[in-house]
Design a binder for this molecule. Structure first.
Ligand SMILES: Cc1cc2nc3c(=O)[nH]c(=O)nc-3n(C[C@H](O)[C@H](O)[C@H](O)COP(=O)(O)OP(=O)(O)OC[C@H]3O[C@@H](n4cnc5c(N)ncnc54)[C@H](O)[C@@H]3O)c2cc1C
Length: 391
């Protein structure tokens, strides 16, 4: 790992200025307020502007393929966070687009990727079902072949961004009698197809996600990704990426773990609370200083934890320190961002956000099991009922 400071060239400095100014011009206060109100974590105007300026394509492509250089990619990512660009739907889109590039028929692939790059096509993830999401392969949504088409029936829970997307990357079951990993087929389903109903759900932190119902939805076979019953091969790669099971870059120009973006809110809340108690003098109280110091120490440790360990450490730390930060800030912390008389320290938001960060993309319990099994070699968890004690 290289910890040296990155010296920017004059061209990269100019790039940073250009990006900062561009983002400031499109992510206006109005965009941020609207995003807070809708919980969408997406703004079509911003997204289309990013697309037409070529930034979506440059971010998605590798340097060899015409994308950003390593340094510019890092600048771009950090500037996007600073500007608070709504990020959820581009996250799902760029992930699914990799599977489209690899597995879609040329006709679908070229069309979809063109739209992904100009911002007009957005893609969401249709994995989780109302009866469970941790075991993605246990899928009840059925797709049945009918000539050149498939008929899809079922429902998907938490399809975040579906109402702002054109396609859903859908896991279906095409052979209920087969072993579960050989029963799946992936489709890119157009969300304007007849029989699709999208209902909004608001989460405790104010985000909007959806439940999506599929009733006799007809999809042409050209929208299938990969082989029939070969869906596990298609879905494994994006799942690994979402789980952070991808090795961290060793040049220091990338996050050491996934969910660093979410952790940024926790870091900001800690800074804000420190400023608040510093200016009010409350930090002179030893217990305030102790609890603040303990929170900051835990925060820093979590920000430095790499890979899958970082994924767990960030989400767990967020849960652990948010109540302390709210307590330290005092009663003003109970007021939401933007409320009259509030401190806008964000600890209250982080408190509500923290549980979700430990659920989506895989729960903390599941990640801990993965570490136990694959890193510590403790073997597969045994979920069978405990044996009755001999009396
Ligand atoms: C805000 C938000 C956005 C989301 N967005 C999307 C999205 O866009 N697309 C999508 O498909 N899904 C999405 N999800 C769903 C998310 O991926 C699932 O919630 C998650 O995988 C857990 O599944 P579940 O909620 O069905 O819980 P379950 O799988 O039913 O688990 C219930 C409980 O059992 C525990 N558990 C389950 N299996 C194990 C195990 N093997 N070992 C130990 N403990 C276990 C879990 O930790 C949890 O506490 C989103 C969820 C949230 C909250």
């Amino acid at each position: 790992m290289d910890f040296s400071t990155v010296e920017l060239s004059a061209e990269d400095e100019a790039f940073r200025t250009e990006v900062r100014e561009f983002l400031a011009s499109i992510v206006t206060e109005d965009v941020i307020r609207r995003d807070r109100e809708t919980g969408d974590n997406f703004d079509e105007g911003v997204h289309l502007a990013l697309g037409s300026a070529g930034y979506l394509e440059k971010e998605w492509k590798t340097e060899a393929d015409g994308g950003f250089s390593r340094v510019r990619r890092r600048i771009w990512e950090l500037e996007k966070r600073r500007a608070e660009v709504p990020w959820v739907t581009w996250g799902t889109t760029s992930m699914v687009a990799r599977s489209v590039a690899k597995f879609a028929s040329p006709e679908i692939r070229d069309d979809v990727l063109r739209g992904v790059f100009d911002g007009s096509v957005r893609l969401c993830l249709g994995y989780t079902e109302p009866e469970g999401g941790s075991d993605v392969a246990t899928c009840k949504t059925r797709a049945v072949r009918d000539g050149d088409q498939w008929v899809i029936n079922g429902s998907k829970m938490f399809t975040t961004g579906a109402h702002n997307c054109q396609y859903v990357f859908l896991i279906t079951n095409t052979d209920p009698d087969a072993p579960k990993h050989k029963s799946l087929t992936m489709f890119l389903v157009p969300l304007d197809a007849d029989g699709i109903e999208i209902q909004g759900i608001r989460t405790v932190d104010g985000d909007r996600t959806n439940i999506v119902y599929y009733s006799d939805v007809r999809v042409d076979d050209k929208y299938r990704l990969g082989d029939v019953n070969g869906g596990w091969t298609v879905v494994r790669e994006p799942l690994d990426a979402e789980h952070g099971a991808v090795a961290a870059a060793d040049d220091g120009l990338a996050d050491v773990a996934i969910m660093m973006h979410q952790a940024g809110f926790m870091a900001e809340a800690a800074d804000n609370v420190a400023a608040l108690v510093g200016s009010s003098g409350a930090v002179e109280d030893g217990s305030v200083a102790y609890r603040l110091g303990r929170s900051v120490a835990r925060l820093e440790a979590s920000l430095s934890s790499p890979s899958i360990f970082g994924r767990v450490a960030l989400a767990q730390t967020m849960r652990d320190i948010a109540p302390d930060l709210m307590d330290i800030a005092g009663s003003v912390a109970a007021l939401p961002i933007g409320a009259d008389g509030g401190a806008d320290d964000r600890s209250e938001y982080v408190y509500r956000f923290a549980p979700l960060v430990g659920i989506y993309g895989g729960t903390l319990e599941v990640f801990r099991n993965m570490i136990a099994q694959h890193v510590l070699g403790l073997g597969k968890p045994n979920y069978s009922a405990p044996k009755a004690k001999a009396s």
